[in-house]
Design a binder for this molecule. Structure first.
Ligand SMILES: [Zn+2]
Length: 985
């Protein structure tokens, strides 16, 4: 169905009080850009494209002058009720009333943005109304400011003699953020390189400065910044621009007058000589927790020529493992990986370039020596590159990467239309030409001309990096005593701020705490918010056309799609029976295989070849089952890659070499395993809930038991044992690597004995590509294996690590996809999440998050909490879920849960993914008919069904428990009767 749309307006035309200032074609994305200006100064950019995933965003430059976190606290408060929608959390409440494909709000260093996307037109205007009302007409209640900003509260809220504490959602959030090395690095970088500008402030808020923010400051900041004269509106997709503008005019513009506000950022005065800045974060990994980063201030980020050239140069120097700056840094062994923030950074008005290493020892003299060594190595390598000149083939390879990024249209990761917004916003907000964010043909032409005339990039290295005194060497280190010192400082701050409190002040704090509690406990009516109905759920799933053919042992699917000129190739190999010892090795194999050498090329040559002819390749291991059973498993390894159509033959050749003739060597393997270990270790405290869920599920589901070996804490333990060795054998690393190399050799042979399913997605004229170089690799006739992994013992598992908070999980194995109860379990997971767990675990329990999930294909149902101060309390909440189902639930709750569930069945696809999903779905039995039958059953789920499936499948005796926490939970949970198997990570 296509709505009638008026044609795009021309330059100078008016649409109500808007005037069209520019219209530009965007040939790479087959779209058009319309830039408009409202009488009151508001700017609007509309990108018209044949895409039914419609996007909206409104962005405000917000330039903080201090570190009170005013812009961040305002972002939270804006989402806590507005004039037309006076519910406590309109965004959270809209999630289940909508079929949105993206909803969020984000605060960056100097702007705040509120974007969403959806494929349903009614939903678009529902969300538009909620977003406009929230941003322009928020209630900004005093209680909201105290709840999410900061407040004093007594340990026992109604007892003024108990200990006084600082509280607040943002206050606690930023305390957490300042404990993470990544955020400390980011904040310190802006402050070190631009000490005189707004970037020196902590835009999220520093815990020691947040209490300085007053309620009046917050309101004044909103009135000045969230005003049409300071607003940048964005709309995108196959939709009627006039209707969007009318909605904005009616809802917002009629209620404002033009207003002046200066949000400009001046130049940062240049340093006369390089500086060094040392910072620390609370952490105990002094062995490998350090980072060293060199940063330089460059020219204006809004200069499109410079911006293009720095992006290309950054990719030339750092874009792959064989790149001339990356390789010597990694091979030096000074650190395990490139530092956070490495690369060209246009997040600042004057841009930056940064490079460094992480995974460094971080105590004492050794660490200082390493910091100097990293700095010296970076500078000497850059000097050598500038003197010897850059191989023109590397520049060509990077320009080719740039061409791919301009052509590719993908919703993988996040919606394409949102990416378009961010590309446009960069130059637009900084006073540059927004068109250059989307179209760089003129700049590319000038670069090519300059390259014909002589060196372009070497003089940039010379001028902006080697000769530029505006350079900072940032050294970031964990400090095991810092957490304690920070707590002490907080106690002193509370003491200082409260030393003159009178009895009246104390009584006021008690009174205000009770007011807040009352407000939190008030029933609100979400029905003031707009909603979709079950009739809006599409009954059908996409059926992209494709053709299949047999080629030897391979089944090939060819999918014609409007890919923008790219070709995507996926080779999924169903494996024969694997010996047990190879199972845990498989994910290490897939990690290493695309990062090593192949067919006579070492890893550097192969990395350069991949960069020159493809848009990247990858490999992964997976486990799956059919729709009728969750126990009959199939193991597979997938190799995938993309390329411009003109290089598609080269892509086939690269994948052939990587599949059939990988070459691993001990030294490169050591580097790779260290990188992977560092990455997994860092992810434990940021994704502890996922690890806990896997550990719990592995006790009840065979598929999950394999998943735990592949990517859970068991995988981490396996990797650690190889890299660091068990107690007393740390020195036999070579022996362990050799054993692993032997296992890798056996895996290569077993993979080529598997059964390949090959999927090619390309433009119709490119879809006939010759795939025999890959399909003929598979000659064996070994039957596909059916692994029967042992379940982990069903004993509550606790894993301890450096974490002040816990991640709690419980899991159940239920029924396969085609079982009649499956849709009800999916609905139940949504209902528990939005109506019960969020309130109990987040709002009342103080955890950052809590939820339930149901994987309909594997049949695993799980509940978990994220960054949770509680353990026993949360397991009590999980156990009481059944009682919650007997409370007063009605049609609204059920409809919202079904809408939410249907969203998980209709993922946002794009030309690169839609055919692949269909082909592999069909091959494993998840055909359109099976999926549509599931949706039909979903729409008729009742509340009684939810109670029945919970009584049948989610009983206490079927539950499996696991958690990740800072300490042994046994004492805490004694009353619940949970006896934990406790192990350190
Ligand atoms: Zn926040």
């Amino acid at each position: 169905m296509t709505a009638t749309k008026s044609p795009l307006p021309g330059v100078g035309e008016t649409l109500g009080r808007y005037t069209v200032e520019r219209v530009e074609t965007l040939p790479e994305m087959s779209g058009q850009l319309v830039l408009l200006r409202h009488e009151n100064g508001a700017r609007h950019a509309h990108v018209a494209r044949e895409d039914d995933n419609l996007v909206f965003g409104v962005t405000f430059p917000t330039v903080p002058k201090d570190s009170t976190g005013v812009a961040h606290i305002l972002e939270h408060n804006v989402l806590m009720g507005s004039q037309k929608y006076p519910v406590p959390d309109p965004f959270f409440s809209m999630i289940p009333r909508s079929l949105n494909t993206f909803m969020n709000a984000m605060t960056a260093g100097d702007w705040t943005t509120y974007p969403f996307s959806t494929r349903n037109v009614q939903d678009y205007f529902n969300l538009l109304s909620v977003y406009l009302d929230a941003t322009f007409f928020p209630l900004l209640r005093y209680e909201s400011f105290r709840q999410d900003g900061h407040r004093f509260e007594f340990e026992t809220p109604d007892d003024p003699t108990s200990t006084l504490k600082l509280q607040g959602v943002v206050y606690n959030e930023m305390k957490g953020a300042m404990a993470s090395p990544g955020s400390v690095m980011w904040r310190s970088f802006g402050k070190a390189l631009y000490p005189d500008l707004t970037y020196a402030n902590n835009s999220g808020g520093s815990p020691e400065n947040i209490p300085e923010l007053t309620y009046e400051d917050l309101r004044a900041f909103h009135a000045a910044h969230y005003h049409p004269s300071n607003a940048y509106f964005y709309s995108y997709g196959n939709q009627d621009l006039g209707r969007v503008l009318d909605a904005i005019e009616e809802h917002v513009m009629t209620r404002f007058q033009k207003q002046e506000l200066d949000v400009s950022i001046p130049d940062q005065p240049s340093f006369s000589e390089p500086r060094r800045v040392d910072v620390s974060y609370p952490g105990s990994d002094t062995e490998r927790g350090g980072q060293v980063l060199l940063g330089w201030k460059l020219g204006y980020a809004s200069d499109p020529d410079a911006s293009l050239r720095w992006n290309v140069l950054s990719d030339v120097l750092l874009g792959n493992a064989g790149a001339p700056l990356t390789r010597p840094l990694i091979e030096s062994g000074l650190g395990a990986q490139l530092a956070d923030l490495t690369g060209y950074r246009d997040d600042f008005r004057e841009a930056a370039f940064a490079v460094g290493l992480k995974g460094l020892p971080a105590s004492g003299e050794e660490s200082d020596g390493k910091a100097d060594a990293v700095q010296e190595l970076v500078l000497s390598t850059l000097r050598q590159i500038a003197e010897e000149g850059i191989d023109p083939a590397l520049i060509e390879a990077s320009l080719h990467q740039f061409e791919i990024s301009q052509k590719e249209v993908s919703n993988a990761g996040y919606p394409y239309g949102l990416g378009v917004m961010f590309r446009l916003l960069g130059p637009w907000l900084s006073g540059g030409d927004p068109v250059t964010g989307l179209r760089l043909d003129a700049e590319l032409g000038r670069l090519r001309d300059d390259l014909k005339r002589g060196r372009v990039f070497e003089p940039m290295i010379e001028k902006w990096l080697l000769q530029n005194p505006h350079r900072v060497t940032l050294v970031v280190r964990p400090d095991p005593a810092l957490a304690e010192r920070t707590e002490q400082a907080e106690r002193e701050l509370v003491e200082r701020l409260s030393k003159d409190f009178t009895d009246e002040d104390r009584a006021r704090i008690v009174r205000e705490s009770l007011n807040l509690k009352n407000l939190q406990g008030q029933e609100s009516d979400p029905n003031v918010l707009p909603t979709l109905t079950l009739a809006d759920v599409p009954a059908q799933v996409p059926r992209p056309a494709y053709e299949t053919e047999r080629s030897g042992r391979a089944l090939v699917g060819r999918v014609p799609q409007p890919t923008g000129g790219l070709t995507y190739l996926d080779v999924k190999v169903r494996l024969p029976e694997l010996p047990r010892d190879l199972l845990p090795v498989l994910p290490l194999y897939t990690f290493a295989v695309t990062r090593s050498g192949a067919a006579g090329q070492d890893y550097v040559s192969l990395a350069r070849r991949i960069e020159a002819v493809t848009g990247g390749i990858g490999a992964s291991a997976g486990v799956g089952n059919g729709p009728d059973t969750v126990d009959d498993l199939r193991l597979s390894v997938s190799f995938s890659g993309k390329a411009l159509a003109r290089n598609a033959g080269e892509l086939v050749a690269v994948l052939r070499d990587v599949i059939a003739a990988p070459e691993f060597d001990r030294e490169r393997l050591r580097q790779l395993l260290e990188q992977r270990l560092a990455g997994m270790k860092a992810s434990v405290v940021s994704a502890g809930n996922a690890y806990a869920e896997r550990l719990a599920s592995a006790q009840v589901s065979p598929g999950a038991a394999l998943g735990e070996q592949f990517s859970g804490l068991t995988a981490l333990a396996t990797l650690k044992a190889i890299v660091e060795g068990a107690e007393g054998q740390a020195d036999d690393l070579e022996g362990r690597l050799d054993a692993l190399l032997a296992q890798f050799g056996r895996l290569t042979t077993l993979i080529t004995q598997g059964e390949p399913l090959v999927c090619l997605t390309a433009l119709p004229e490119d879809v006939g590509l010759d795939l025999t170089p890959v399909t003929t690799l598979f000659q064996g006739d070994a039957p596909v294996g059916h692994p029967r992994p042992q379940l982990a013992a069903q004993v509550p598992q606790a894993r301890t690590t450096d974490s002040p908070v816990a991640f709690n999980a419980v899991a159940f194995s239920t029924v396969p996809y085609t079982h009649a109860d499956s849709p009800a379990l999916l609905v139940l997971s949504r209902l528990l999440r939005s109506e019960y767990l969020l309130a109990e675990i987040r709002e009342k329990g103080g955890a950052y998050g809590g939820g339930a999930s149901f994987d309909a294909r594997s049949g695993v149902f799980a509940m978990s909490s994220y960054r949770d101060p509680n353990i026993a309390r949360t397991y009590g909440v999980f156990r009481d879920a059944r009682q919650f189902l007997d409370t007063d639930l009605g049609e609204r709750e059920l409809t919202e849960a079904i809408l939410g569930a249907s969203k998980t069945l209709d993922p946002l696809t794009s030309p690169d993914t839609v055919g692949r999903l269909r082909f592999y779905g069909d091959q494993s039995g998840f055909t359109p008919e099976v999926q549509e039958a599931y949706k039909a059953r979903l729409l008729s789920v009742t509340l009684d069904d939810l109670r029945r499936v919970m009584d049948t499948h989610l009983t206490p005796e079927r539950a499996a428990y696991a958690l990740v926490a800072g300490k042994d939970p046994s004492e805490d949970t004694a009353e619940l009767g949970l006896k934990w198997d406790v192990q350190g990570i």
